[in-house]
Design a binder for this molecule. Structure first.
Ligand SMILES: Nc1ncnc2c1ncn2[C@@H]1O[C@H](COP(=O)(O)OP(=O)(O)OP(=O)(O)O)[C@@H](O)[C@H]1O
Ligand SMILES: [Mg+2]
Length: 514
């Protein structure tokens, strides 16, 4: 044998769930000093493979060698003892506890001997060492997702891990937070840590990784050196086909105003004035994109429209009726559909089947129930039809939603909401966590809604998405819409500046070169 021994060597890994084969004969080799991308479509088996490395699942076949030696990893405790840590796709923090408490939680070495003060100091020092800043005394439930993620990272580092597995770490982050995470990841590598990085965004693969393993349908599809490959080549390996460029579309917007918001103000959960006077209109056949760095009031705006947050003042008119003080159920009855940002908490019941999730909120209506009795046959048939139409994989209406991959969970929410043919669709971060094929699919479905004449209020922190879909783009900053641009005028640079709070003067609008 020549060359250095790989740090991690997984060979011939197989994993079945019931009679479903999630992984078949999969190899993964990761070297020291490497940021290694693990890529593949939703359901390709990325999280499953990492759950095996982290000891959460037992492989049915295959071996794991670490630094050339066989490693028996039967539990996360074993994995941690081998220096492997995982930052999960869905955070596993205890919300009411502080940052410092979460970081040391479950680590026997600290125990209750360490007082609050000492604990906080120790966690602060750890953060400083790795350029990860977060207040050790803050409660996790009060932190935005970007900071919660840092707590997860600190937790792993606290245990002295040399291998850090990041499962879609950027899916919940704003563009700024992504840049900060990249700095952290690079500095971790420079400190000698090995990083396994799962993402659906090819931009990130090129920005931060050294080598790539691609899975497709639970098998190896390819191994690449990042510098020597191209985005279309990776996409082809992942999806097994060429991607379609998104079709040019004709104007569909009419003069009919579906949603009109005037002087809307609202407070956040903590009582801060998060909406400071919003005025906007969305027309039938129009997609209005709300761009902005997360936390500038976008979520609260969507909540007000959907009836789950009570505005302090202002009106929200849909089809002539002020719905500002309607509850979510009444709002829904007026033809408003919603795809929430945090689908695992708000859009789905994870313990229910796919079929049951497709009728969530409609379970007391015909044809799904009659005189209070659910009709299982109808629910099942409806489930199978929608699962097929919205490409939920596996296309099994009896599957438990909590077991589906992240992207497939999103398809279930979309299927339920879009099948209603809503007048107004309020959709937040619609392709968060989705693979490139599914993203293309969701974008096409949204454009279909637009062509059908629906009004769409699209909240997204992905500039690429906002620009690809919107007819007009409003930029939100500190609770206000600071500018509304026609899509053709919204360059990435201009949007970026507005999102960062730069106020445009009339001079800024003079085309360059004049
Ligand atoms: N506990 C489980 N029970 C049954 N099926 C499962 C379980 N965990 C995963 N699966 C299935 O195994 C397949 C692989 O899932 P996995 O979560 O590894 O995909 P992934 O590549 O991480 O996808 P995503 O990009 O959407 O996160 C999926 O079809 C999923 O439904
Ligand atoms: Mg996954």
């Amino acid at each position: 044998m020549t060359g250095p021994v790989p740090h991690i060597e997984m060979r011939g890994i197989a994993k079945r769930f019931g009679d479903f084969t999630a992984l078949q004969d999969v190899d993964l080799v990761v070297n020291d000093g490497e940021i290694h991308a693990l890529l593949g479509e939703n359901g390709a088996g990325k999280s499953t493979l990492m759950n095996i490395l982290y000891g959460l699942y037992r492989a049915d076949a295959g071996t794991i060698r670490l630094r050339g030696e066989d490693a028996a990893i039967h539990s996360p405790r074993d994995a941690i003892a081998h220096g492997i840590g995982m930052i999960h796709q869905h955070f596993m923090l205890v919300p009411p506890l502080t940052v410092a408490e979460n970081v040391v939680l479950g680590d026997e070495r600290s125990g209750p001997i360490l007082g609050q003060r000492a604990l906080a100091i120790r966690v602060r020092e750890l953060g400083e060492r790795f350029h990860i800043s977060v207040d050790p005394d803050a409660r996790v439930e009060d932190l935005p997702l970007g900071l919660q993620q840092r707590v997860e990272i600190l937790k792993v580092l606290y245990r002295g891990s040399g291998v850090l597995i990041f499962d879609e770490p950027t899916a919940v982050l704003t563009p700024q937070e992504v840049d900060e995470l990249f700095l952290i990841v690079r500095s971790l590598r420079d400190e000698g840590k090995i990083i396994i990085f799962i993402t659906h965004k090819l931009r990130e693969v090129f920005a931060v990784t050294d080598r790539i393993t691609v899975l497709r349908g639970g098998r190896n599809a390819g191994e690449l050196v990042t510098k020597g490959t191209t985005a279309p080549e990776i996409a082809r390996l992942m999806v097994g086909r060429e991607l379609r460029p998104i079709a040019p579309r004709s104007a569909a917007a009419t003069s009919e105003v579906v949603l009109e918001i005037r002087d809307l103000r609202a407070r956040s959960d903590r009582g801060a004035q998060v909406l400071q006077g919003i005025d906007l209109k969305v027309h039938a056949g129009e997609i209005l994109g709300i761009a902005g760095v997360g936390g500038n009031g976008q979520s609260e705006l969507a909540e007000c429209v959907l009836g789950s947050r009570e505005p302090t003042t202002g009106t929200i008119t849909i089809g002539g009726a002020d719905i500002a003080h309607d509850d979510p159920k009444r709002t829904r009855q007026r033809g408003v559909a919603s795809v929430p940002e945090d689908r695992r908490r708000e859009g789905l019941v994870l313990a229910f089947t796919v079929a049951d999730n497709f009728i969530l909120g409609k379970q007391d209506q015909a044809p799904f129930s009659r005189r209070g009795v659910l009709d299982d046959g109808v629910i099942q048939t409806n489930g199978e039809r929608l699962a097929k139409e919205f490409d939920v994989r596996p296309a099994n209406a009896r599957a438990i939603v909590g077991n589906l991959s992240g992207g497939n969970q999103q398809k279930v929410v979309l299927g339920r909401e879009l099948s209603e043919q809503p007048k107004l669709l309020v959709i937040s971060q619609p392709t968060r966590g989705l693979d490139i094929g599914s993203t293309e699919y969701v974008w096409e479905r949204l454009l279909e809604q637009r062509a059908r004449g629906a009004a769409v209020l699209l909240v997204s922190s992905e500039l690429e998405e906002i620009r690809a879909l919107s007819d007009r783009i409003a930029v939100m900053f500190e609770g206000r819409l600071v500018a509304t641009l026609a899509a053709k005028d919204a360059t990435e640079e201009r949007l970026g500046l507005l999102m960062a709070g730069h106020i445009e003067t009339p001079l800024d609008r003079v085309p360059a070169g004049r």
